[in-house]
Design a protein around this ligand. Structure first.
Ligand SMILES: [Zn+2]
Length: 239
């Protein structure tokens, strides 16, 4: 039972009608598994969508979503489900748009530091939450001469270049995946499928989140602060 994730290829879709593949109750409460979903449940440093679900005449907020293999479990208040029920999922499109901008910007700034400035740093973490957008690198005791201005100057150029963002799902045994960018502690299970996201010519990232269509949509995003503490270089960014 696999949920088709509409937000992988169509992140601007804010509403979809679909069938229910299954429903039930587990330790987290009552859930339904939709056949298709525009709703993103959060993960990979990106916050979840704010969303609601309509089943019959009842509309209720989505409490949370989790993946069980490739099935998306959406938790809601318990309700009666009729056979062959059609449901509607609806997300907050403004919040989604901001989260997509911040997520793409996190990848792009990582690529600027790693691939353009070619600093010998290991990326270890990324948070793309509106309240705290930052990427972190392990400096391995090296002193880094990195300035906000140097990053922002390249960022401005790349925004003007309107670089496209593409994604595809590949096998973890493929060369596309083996050559992709890795956050150091991330290891997927062998021989499964994984989604890669690529900005312009930069390295693919393994990523399950939502992104803008091209870098022109990142207009207004800046690196705000750079500091190093206990071998961790932290780059904060936002609007
Ligand atoms: Zn990502």
């Amino acid at each position: 039972m696999e949920t088709h994730l509409i937000y992988y290829h169509s992140p601007e879709t804010a509403l979809n009608e679909t069938q229910i593949l299954d429903y039930g109750t587990d330790d987290n409460g009552f859930f339904i598994i939709p056949q298709e979903s525009c709703y993103f449940p959060g993960g990979g440093g990106q916050e979840s969508d704010t969303a609601e679900i309509t089943i019959g005449n009842t509309t209720s907020p989505i409490i949370k979503g989790t993946f069980n293999a490739n099935s998306l479990k959406i938790y809601i208040d318990r309700q009666e489900i009729e056979d062959n029920a059609i449901i509607t999922l609806r997300i907050d499109p403004i919040k989604r748009a901001v989260n997509s901008q911040l997520h793409t910007a996190g990848h792009l700034i990582t690529s600027i530091i790693y691939e353009e400035l070619k600093l010998n740093l290991t990326p270890i973490n990324g948070s793309h939450y509106p309240s705290n957008s930052a990427i972190e690198f392990d400096t391995a005791n090296t002193v880094q001469n990195i300035t906000i201005e140097a990053i922002n100057s390249i960022l401005d150029t790349l925004i003007l270049q309107k670089l496209p963002i593409h994604s595809k799902v590949v096998s973890t045994s493929s060369s596309d995946y083996k050559d992709s960018f890795r956050i150091s502690h991330f290891t997927p299970k062998a021989d499964t499928s994984i989604r890669l996201v690529k900005i312009g010519k930069y390295l693919n990232y393994a990523c399950g989140g939502t992104h803008v269509a091209d870098t022109a949509e990142l207009q207004g995003i800046r690196v705000l602060k750079v500091n190093t503490k206990k071998n961790i270089l932290k780059v904060k960014y936002g609007f």
